[in-house]
Ligand binder design. Sequence first.
Ligand code: NAD
Length: 308
Amino acid sequence: MSCKTILASKVSASFRNQIKEDIKERNIKPKLVGFLANEDPAAMKYAEWTSKTCAETGVEFELRKISKLELEEKITEANDDKSINGIMVYYPVFGGKQDLYLQSCVSELKDVEGLCHKFVHNVYHNIRFMDETETMKCIIPCTPLACVKILEYIGVYNPVIPYGNRLYGRTIAVINRSEIVGRPLAAMLANDGAKVYSVDVNGIQVFTRGTGIKLAHHKVEDIDATVEQIIPQCDVVITGVPTPKYKMPTSLLKDGVVAINFSSSANFEDDIKTKASIFVPSVGKVTVAMLERNLLRLHDYQNDLTEK
Ligand code: NAD
């Protein structure tokens, strides 16, 4: 068995160090405010990690525990508060469409999670800059971005191929098509050249830029296939099913597969290392590093510090 387990702490270390050095060298103190309006233990854990990582890197993090009903008003106040550089909300709050509305209440210049309409729209349309002069890169949703950084770290992105096409030739399955993680992730991977099978309870879709990656951004097709048919074709399988009951059968996986789990539950079976070449059991620490990276970027946009 020669499977290598890659921990998120290892992937996030170089990002954390870079952020820490940058903050120290420039003598700045970016401030992030997190709104916690639910009782979800996973959200609390994420808030604790965020707080710890921010303290280590020199970011000021303030967790504000509030009731659901005052969340919109508190977001608006934070949007107008010049001392705050970034705002995040621990979801789900109300669940469903009201959460989508709240995501779009966060000012796009403070949206460290990259979940407002403009940023998600830009991911779907492969628009990489916020401005016409291309000085302000778009903010990318943190967990999809963390998965991309992990794929770069382990060499699934091929650096010999030009930037923007580096997943050309790879077949990837993403098991989860939520608006927060799975669908933007499938879109980003397809925009970078991969053929992506997006699997959810209501069916399987394929995201691609077509044969020869001719399209400028991905297209989506519904396909009449089963998980049993598509998983054996995949070089990479990324899971995000939020229940411990769900297990991706090891027997379906291609020998030497790259297996990545972003769910808070273990979605692969215990014998995953008998089939995988690389196994990434969780991504949370990379997500927090991406949150801080986005915060620094927004801090510079707010202070007009972009390179012209
Ligand atoms: P969500 O509940 O919004 O979405 C889950 C999706 O999985 C839904 O679309 C659901 O239909 C789908 N699903 C459920 N059962 C399935 C099955 N058997 N096959 C295929 N799809 C199935 O949750 P989310 O926000 O996308 O988060 C998913 C998981 O990822 C959670 O465990 C969450 O804690 C975790 N998460 C991790 C990070 C991180 O950085 N580590 C960040 C966000 C979310």
